[in-house]
Design a protein around this ligand. Structure first.
Ligand code: FES
Ligand code: FES
Length: 172
């Protein structure tokens, strides 16, 4: 049974929402059903697949596991909040397109959000670092090589990217 509604203030993609809602509503349900932001997907519903990944204060979280009350007064970014606001893609999204890193696309919003957080972390985007950061995002269609290539491409294009690249062994 959900807790009684209370007033909750939450910022989603830069817009402040003050809503009367149950604090035990899942953040995923609030985003999809109350705000109509359907980019975050429900896969497992239990923190296993990453399809529901959004950023909360810049960190990737499974929105199926976070309740709305825990997201109150925080900044939430969904895949709809990426890009330049005028239809232009975020560099991570653009790299996914260019590398052909999408098949059915169900996992893609979650992967993009995890990748966005990784790129923002300013870590060197070696093969191993990217694979570790995306380990919580499961794709049922294929392997992960094109996804990893896409994320590393964003790192290579960053202004302060190191000229050298690692030579870690590629996996299928
Ligand atoms: S739906 Fe949230 S982790 Fe799978
Ligand atoms: S592209 Fe289909 S689940 Fe990943």
């Amino acid at each position: 049974m959900s807790a009684p509604a209370i007033k909750i203030r939450i910022t989603v993609n830069g817009t402040v929402h003050v809503t009367d809602a149950s604090p035990t509503m899942r953040l995923l349900d609030f985003l999809r059903n109350e705000l109509g932001l359907t980019g975050a997907k429900e896969g497992c519903g239990g923190g296993e697949c990453g399809a529901c990944t959004v950023l909360v204060d810049g960190a990737p979280i499974c929105s199926c596991l976070m309740v709305l009350g825990s997201a109150a007064e925080r900044q939430v970014t969904t895949v709809e909040g990426l890009g330049d606001g005028a239809g232009g893609l975020d560099p991570v999204q653009q790299a996914f397109v260019e590398e052909g890193a999408v098949q059915c696309g169900y996992c893609t919003p979650g992967l993009v959000m995890s990748a966005r957080a990784l790129v923002d972390s300013d870590k060197e985007l070696t093969d191993e670092v990217v694979r570790t950061a995306l380990a919580g995002n499961i794709c049922r269609c294929t392997g992960y090589k094109k996804v990893v290539d896409a994320v590393r491409k964003v790192g290579a294009a960053a202004p302060d990217a190191q000229a050298t690249s690692d030579h870690s062994k590629e996996q299928p």
